[in-house]
Design a binder for this molecule. Structure first.
Ligand SMILES: [Mg+2]
Length: 222
């Protein structure tokens, strides 16, 4: 039976749009006279923070605090830290907005495929979102990893004894889902999400990647 591996954030449920809202509130709060510069500094800090501290809300908050420090040339005060944390409190609630049709798609595909879930981030945080989604029961296994690169996919192929030619990776991120899965010899389905994090962008210049307009469309192909 073919295996379909699904990404979670911004593929099965909306995620980055929540972070974008907090970032928008942060820049409004910051009220820097040159917002384009503030955003550029934030992007720099974010890249460095992801490299040293990984993904997730803790890393996101650290980026905001460090951005304040870079722009104001001093560490944030306790009051500033509290204000920034308050802007981001919504993220800890794991509000769940499933992508349209996700239950129908997983129900239909689960009847003819082996379904797996692969998500990257902090274990407790990703598990909380999986629990809140109510979707875990559709998957034969759930895998939470720190990074999704070609080694991750090769490791999963080995661990689950998958045949790459019979395995599809389905996700919204060229950088984490499509390109490394292809590099590991898997098929890939790219489901673009307009709210995808800039960090996940990359060119998909591979005619063998199936690109669909929405998650619902994949049942016509798989
Ligand atoms: Mg994703």
């Amino acid at each position: 039976m073919p295996t379909l591996i699904f990404d979670a954030d911004d593929t099965l449920w909306e995620n980055n749009v929540l972070y974008e809202r907090v970032a928008r509130d942060f820049f409004a709060w910051l009220a820097h006279p040159d917002e384009a510069h503030a955003r550029a500094v934030h992007r720099d800090v974010e890249r460095a923070t992801v490299r040293s501290h990984g993904y997730g809300t803790v890393s996101f908050l650290r980026t905001l605090h460090d951005t304040v420090e870079r722009l104001r040339d001093r560490p944030p005060t306790a009051a500033e830290r509290e204000q920034v944390d308050a802007l981001a409190a919504v993220l800890a609630r794991h509000e769940m907005e499933l992508v349209p049709g996700v239950v129908e798609v997983l129900t239909e595909l689960g009847g003819r495929h082996d379904l797996r879930l692969l998500t990257k981030g902090q274990v407790a945080e990703q598990q909380a979102k999986i629990d809140a989604s109510g979707l875990a029961g559709y998957f034969a296994s759930v895998h939470i990893v720190a990074e999704k690169d070609v080694h991750t996919y090769r490791g999963l192929v080995h661990e689950l004894s998958l045949r790459p030619a019979d395995t599809w990776m389905i996700g919204n991120s060229p950088r984490s889902d499509v390109l490394p899965a292809r590099a590991a010899g898997l098929h890939a389905v790219y489901v673009p999400n307009p709210n995808t994090w800039a960090h996940e962008h990359a060119d998909v210049d591979d005619p063998d990647v199936l690109v669909v307009g929405s998650l619902r469309e994949i049942t016509a192909h798989l």
